[in-house]
Design a protein around this ligand. Structure first.
Ligand code: SF4
Length: 247
């Protein structure tokens, strides 16, 4: 099976978020980014070597753009694409266990058209929700370095600026995303309290009226151990959706 988009068509030799006129343009531009040598090498090596179960896939092997409508009222911020998930399918949280949990919960609370997300052409629609990450390339061991996180921040800053007219609530999954997101919100023009609020599951912060919610990450480690249950995730999503005026 192939990732449905043509990666070569998306390549841009001079990518950068600053000139994007809209989210579609930003998404196209991020797909061509090669700013982090370690992550470029990793995402492409994984795409070449593959996992045996996905041997018939043509892996995406590039930065994974955000997914969801350009007038989203609710934003979900994760960590980074998974090597055999988003890096294979080209869509955030798609094709891995974390995504299974997230999209099932979004469907359960009425924010997604279907409970599964398995490929970029599977017809899934999100209702008023966009899913993104502070790092757009799959990192080894799911651990980007602080330098890679900072290098990728301009993409998130620009995404936030473009979403600002409609954005009312944000759910940040995990401490890494939280630490990456707060400076991005500050850079994008929101007032972030000092000292910066600490991450916790259930944390809630107001940034100039924008409601920011903390939620444990939907990682297998959290969901398999019961640290994050489907009910806990649904509760956060439901509260954030209500705050955003959804569905
Ligand atoms: S992680 Fe971000 S900045 Fe680094 S190469 Fe990927 S898209 Fe570019």
């Amino acid at each position: 099976m192939d990732a449905p988009r043509d990666p070569d068509a998306a390549h841009d030799p001079d990518p950068g978020p600053g000139r994007a006129a809209g989210l579609a343009e930003l998404d196209r531009r991020v797909e061509g980014c090669r700013a982090c040598p370690r992550l470029v090498a990793w995402r492409e090596e994984v795409a070449r070597t593959k996992r045996a179960a996905f041997a018939d896939w043509t892996y995406w092997g590039r930065p994974v753009p955000g997914f969801g409508p350009s007038d989203a009222r609710l934003l979900i911020v994760g960590l980074a694409p998974a090597a055999h998930g988003g890096n294979r399918t080209g869509r955030m949280f798609t094709g891995d266990r974390s995504g299974d949990v997230l999209y099932q919960a979004l469907y359960d609370v009425g924010l997604a058209s279907q409970p599964t997300s398995v490929a970029a052409d599977d017809g899934l629609e999100l209702y008023g929700v966009r899913v993104t990450a502070p790092v757009h390339c799959a990192p080894p061991d799911n651990k980007p370095t602080p330098g890679e996180r900072d290098t990728c921040r301009p993409w998130l800053v620009q995404e936030l600026r473009l979403l600002r007219p409609t954005l009312r609530a944000v759910v940040v999954l995990g401490g890494f995303g939280w630490q990456a997101a707060l400076p991005a919100f500050a850079e994008a023009g929101w007032t972030v309290p000092r000292p910066r609020p600490a991450f916790a599951h259930g944390a809630r912060v107001s940034l100039d009226g924008l409601a920011l919610f903390g939620c444990f990450h939907v990682s297998q480690r959290n969901t398999f151990t019961g640290r994050l249950t489907p009910e806990m995730l649904r509760d956060v999503l439901r509260t954030a959706a209500e705050r955003a005026g959804l569905p």
